[in-house]
Design a protein around this ligand. Structure first.
Ligand SMILES: NC(=O)c1ccc[n+]([C@@H]2O[C@H](COP(=O)([O-])OP(=O)(O)OC[C@H]3O[C@@H](n4cnc5c(N)ncnc54)[C@H](O)[C@@H]3O)[C@@H](O)[C@H]2O)c1
Length: 254
């Protein structure tokens, strides 16, 4: 799809990889709406990109419908939706002291990553389906964020792996569901990226965590996610897949 004149919702767009994608989209003539937590830097980021900020919490499933409708109403229509809101918890299936992984924590991570992503996607798709198609029959593109932990989860990542694996697994099915509407659905699975989420990791730790990459052996940069997201928007053949952006890294068990 053509970026100039298109409109995008960037969920998690106040920071990191989604912010970098919103920035590239705006630089190329796209209209942006930033959706993020109220306490985030969403307002200043949106202002710098000529867009508006819509405070939200992706775990407020019903509330998201109204927030997204309001943002899309202001934009006029929706062609692109990028969602990076998510996160994990560090807990083993059975902890060292023999106690079990708290079910409430497992469920919270599934809710935050998988249920929230599905909710956002179904709302976005409902709006995109009302667009006039372009000459290629396209109406919109949605990108979710998994992790390479979806495929090689490390010790202590069982909830996160299940949630991100669910996002990767639903990608093709959702693309098939939405094919008749001319809506594409893709997932990006990053390795370790230098963002707000990883800001607390010291340089020494980052070196250790990226030592098994083929090349480059470093954390990814948010722009390297953005380049991929923009390519997905522009190439009509990118659909139904989860793309690893990981420097050839495969996580070891720990
Ligand atoms: N950074 C990494 O190393 C890495 C690696 C693999 C996968 N990921 C995935 O990328 C995503 C995080 O993106 P990032 O690394 O750019 O981090 P980031 O913290 O810089 O950006 C994430 C944004 O999402 C927002 N957010 C978090 N929870 C939210 C909620 N409940 N409602 C609304 N907004 C919310 C945050 O406020 C933040 O602005 C997560 O889904 C994470 O699992 C990150």
């Amino acid at each position: 799809m053509e970026i100039a004149g298109s409109s995008g919702l960037f969920v998690g767009g106040a920071s990191g990889m989604c912010r970098a994608t919103a920035t590239k989209f705006a630089e190329r003539g796209g209209n942006v709406a930033i959706l993020d937590l109220e306490q985030s830097e969403g307002a200043s980021v949106a202002e710098s990109l000529g867009g508006k900020f819509y405070p939200c919490n992706v775990m407020d499933y019903d509330g998201m419908e109204a927030v997204m409708a309001s943002a899309i109403g202001d934009l006029g229509s929706l062609h692109f939706m990028v969602n990076t809101a998510g996160g994990g918890v560090a807990q083993r299936t059975i902890k060292k002291d023999g106690t079990r992984h708290a079910l409430s924590d497992f469920r919270r991570i599934i809710d935050l990553n998988l249920i929230a992503s599905f909710n956002i996607n179904s709302i976005a798709a409902q709006h995109m389906a009302t667009n006039e198609p372009n000459a290629d029959g396209e109406r919109g593109v949605m990108i979710n964020t998994a992790s390479i932990a979806a495929f090689e989860g490390q010790i202590g990542q069982v909830a996160y792996t299940a949630a991100k694996g669910g996002i990767a697994a639903m990608t093709l099915t959702m693309a098939r569901d939405l094919g008749t509407h001319g809506i594409r659905c893709m997932t990006i699975a990053p390795s370790l990226f230098d963002t707000g989420l990883t800001a607390g990791i010291p340089d020494e730790g980052a070196l250790q965590l990226t030592k098994d990459a083929a090349f480059p052996k470093r954390m990814g940069r948010p722009q390297e996610f953005a380049v991929m997201a923009i390519a997905i928007f522009e190439s009509a053949m990118m659909n139904g897949s989860t793309l690893r952006v990981d420097g050839g890294q495969r996580f070891a068990p720990r």
